[in-house]
Design a protein around this ligand. Structure first.
Ligand SMILES: *Cc1c(COP(=O)(O)O)cnc(C)c1O
Length: 490
């Protein structure tokens, strides 16, 4: 098979193999890595995937993209990644009502969809060190406001030739999140709280990355700095898998027939998850409209209705915090495919200097063929949690509620064979908002709140979320933000 090379969305970097794209994360010209062409899946290929398990499907699909990894390597990694850490299976499909299903992507160790990528990406990175002949080991630095840090810690835990250090603002994360990180297991993990807010943590990490003395000091320890953020191709590729796999599952259960068009609604922040759906469609999976669902930070809704992306607007703190984003970095990859590298670079330049850009009419037309956008207010989100529980006895987290709202509105005006709504977090990950929606009196104590929601709904919190309150605390260090570099070297 011909290798697939990875090119930069801004067109000014040399093509590289998959392992190098994963190792580097971002291209030298500041662009995002993309496969030079999309591999295809025929109807026959899809039929062949039907009887396979999730790890087997994942290995097949990843092998089409990561052509310098062998299928044996990928199968071993996928089996290790999508193992007993996912309960009861890597994904689940819940039939919500006639014509609408929910794809649950939160069966992993941190009960949110980032586990789907972060359980496998570290293994791909570890192999990339070998494949590229990199002599140093990777030290992953993360600044987190909560969820990404925990998912990254779980993903890198005990992965060979990697270690991870997470910084979080001591008063800027919830009690559950703090507890989740403080009790993290693994030999190669470290967690440090800092006095300061999330921006302090993030700029501290950025300074460490930019510091050449740091680089030398770490090299002397046999390490180099790397990140695990969502623009890395190693995080995007595994997300394509669950769209292909969900299509197969829906065929297997007779919910759709092979060849039927499946519409998809995705609760969107950085545009990574929905872009993965678009790539699956580009490979030949019969997907229809991709509905991009936003909360009140509706910069993408406006972009998809006008062609103008404008981040100059107020930032809202919502009950779906993982979608509180005004710069959706993965949109750049779509712009590359729709507009080409040259125009993509112009748009991105305008975004960084003016905070906005307008795509050309031909680009807008291409994007509109596949995408629709909508947003959901805070009130509508909480109403949706309540009405979905009342009508269908199914509990939604606020991110998924945003998506269900957008999906139902889309279905009011459009024909659809079937709609798949992507669910990105367990409702127990955001219990205070769920309690509020259901009118359950909530206390400030998250553990009590979980119990109250469980009692009122007859549902059960997931084990990884309840276990954090009884696990041994390993990390208690709190440092001044000025001491972050020293902490990394210690
Ligand atoms: C990260 C996240 C999202 C947004 O996903 P993107 O790939 O950034 O669009 C949505 N919901 C939850 C719960 C998340 O953690």
């Amino acid at each position: 098979m011909e290798h697939i090379h990875y090119i930069s969305s801004r067109g000014k970097s040399a093509p590289v193999k998959a392992s190098e794209a994963i190792l580097r994360g971002i291209a030298p010209d500041g662009g995002l890595y993309l496969p030079e062409r999309l591999p295809t899946l025929t109807t026959e290929d899809l039929f062949a995937l039907l009887p396979l398990s999730y790890p087997e499907r994942a290995a097949k699909i990843l092998s089409l993209y990561l052509t310098d990894y062998t299928e044996e390597e990928l199968l071993a990694d996928c089996k290790a990644a999508y193992s007993e850490r996912f309960v009861p299976a890597p994904t689940g499909i819940h039939a919500l009502r006639e014509g609408v299903s929910v794809l649950e992507l939160w069966h992993g160790p941190t009960c949110a969809f980032k586990d789907m990528a972060l359980q496998i990406m570290p293994r791909l990175l570890s192999r990339a060190l070998e494949k590229t002949g990199e002599a140093l080991d990777a030290l992953i630095l993360v600044a987190t406001s909560g969820d990404t840090g925990k998912a990254a810690l779980e993903g890198f835990r005990d992965v060979p030739r990697t270690s991870i250090r997470v910084f979080y603002p001591v008063d800027g994360v919830s009690r559950t999140q703090k507890q989740q990180m403080a009790t993290q297991e693994g030999e190669n993990v470290a967690v440090t709280a800092i006095y300061g807010n999330f921006d302090d943590a993030q700029s501290g990490v950025k300074q460490i990355f930019a510091d050449s003395a740091m680089k030398e000091a770490l090299a002397a320890q046999g390490k180099f700095l790397s990140s695990a953020n969502s623009i890395n191709w190693g995080r995007l590729a595994p997300q394509i898998v669950y769209y292909v796999s969900a299509y197969c599952d829906l065929v297997n259960t007779g919910t759709i027939q092979m060849g039927n068009t499946l519409d998809i609604t995705v609760p969107t922040g950085n545009f990574g998850n929905i872009l993965a759906a678009w790539l699956a469609k580009g490979m030949g999976v019969p997907l229809g409209k991709l509905v991009c669902a936003s909360n009140s930070n509706n910069v993408l809704t406006d972009f998809l209705s006008t062609g103008t992306y404008d981040r100059n607007r107020p930032f809202h703190t919502t009950v779906s915090p993982s979608m509180d984003i005004l710069i959706s970095s993965n949109l750049e990859r779509l712009l590359y495919f729709a507009a080409g590298a040259e125009r993509c670079a112009v748009y991105m330049k305008a975004l960084s200097t003016e905070g906005k850009y307008t795509v050309d009419a031909d680009v807008f037309e291409i994007i509109r063929r596949d995408f629709d956008g909508d947003y959901c207010s805070e009130e509508a989100c909480l109403d949706r949690i309540a009405s979905t529980f009342a009508n269908y006895n199914y509990l939604l987290d606020p991110h998924t509620a945003v998506a269900v709202t957008a999906a139902e509105r889309y279905l009011c005006g459009n024909e659809s064979d079937h709609m798949l709504v992507v669910s990105t977090a367990s409702p127990y990950k955001f219990t205070p908002a769920v309690a509020k929606a259901l009118g359950i009196p909530a206390t400030d104590d998250e553990q009590e709140c979980m119990n109250a929601v469980a009692a009122a709904t007859g549902t059960t919190p997931l084990e990884p979320l309840t276990a954090v309150f009884t696990k041994e605390i390993r990390f208690t260090k709190v440092i001044d933000k000025a001491d972050m570099a020293k902490d990394v070297l210690s």
